[in-house]
Design a protein around this ligand. Sequence first.
Ligand SMILES: Cc1ncc(COP(=O)(O)O)c(C=O)c1O
Length: 394
Amino acid sequence: MSSQRQIFFEHIAQTSDFPLALEIDKAEGMYLYDSAGKKYLDLISGIAVSNLGHANSQIKQAIKEQVDKHMHLMVYGELVQSVQVLLASKLSTLLPENLGCVYFTNSGTEATEGAMKLAKRLSGRTSIAAFKNAYHGSSQGSLSVCGNEELKNAFRPLLPGIEILDYNMPDQLDRINENTAAVILEIIQAEAGIILPSKEFLLKLSNRCKATGCLLIVDEIQTAMRRTGPMFAFESTSIIPDILLLGKGFGGGMPLGAFIASKKMMAAFTHKPVLGNLSTFGGHPVSCAAALASLEQLEDASWESKIESKEKLFRKLLVHNKIIEIRGKGLFLCLEFENAGMNQEIIGKCLKKGLFTDWFLFAPNCLRIAPPLIISEEEIERACTIILDVLNTI
Ligand SMILES: Cc1ncc(COP(=O)(O)O)c(C=O)c1O
């Protein structure tokens, strides 16, 4: 009989020739456990998903209660489902007034797609500006606004009218004009290796959008849910999105995304054409229950200072001559090394020592540090000791 591992390679579609292929049996809190019982300290949260750690008891309880009430009932938007209503109203208390209306999706890329459609429908314009090294999802519209040509080339033709600008280059923002329906940006670029925006860049971007009537779509699929400290990373900047994208950690470990705008803007999907954006499963009640239980825990204001001090501890401990730079904000950090080969070796050796980490899609020389926000000081110390020990062997 084939082993589980053989079946994985034979019958599950692969996305690379080098999957991690660990056989994980269970996960709890900060740890993943493999089938041999070895435990791994999680430094990546399933890529910015498990912000409250694995198997959070309140989230599990909310899921169980929702399953007992009901699962899928009807396609998106037709029925008043209490768990969706509670989640949308909770979000509206946490966001500025212009972000009061939520369209729930199943994933991040669907949120991107919906936001781009909304911007085109509202403006009657067709061009969208995006940034080099940005990642907004893998479906064809989202891929069109990704800022990496290699990822896109095999799948052309993609959407026409996409302008790719350099991130953090205020001078290039003049290319946003009266034909631009929207600009889409990650408030902090994730897959580029955690690149923070300059104040000047964000200010000019926001002003340019206002001057040209172009909508500002802010992708917080990785950065929201307190990943950087505040509930949403844009809160510590000068900008307010016209459309906000959520995904990943938003669902508390369940598949859920959202694009959020004003009630007036969202109303455009109701006519010309009616049913302008559809989804069967968007806002699945079980995912919404998990998201609500997660948000209720993340709401506590004390997270912000805790995350700040955890960042400080990482920065204090991770000092080594092989580390070129430590970048990021909150528990959204990256270690830059000289090259991708060195980073792969470090990641592999960390894994052997029970530390689970990863690289970045467009920055293969950078190591990802985005642990569940519940990571303790001792666990940070252990993670850093493992990384430093590994660096001493390189
Ligand atoms: C910033 C950002 N936007 C969008 C997406 C797409 O989300 P999903 O994989 O849920 O489609 C991702 C996924 O990695 C992301 O990091």
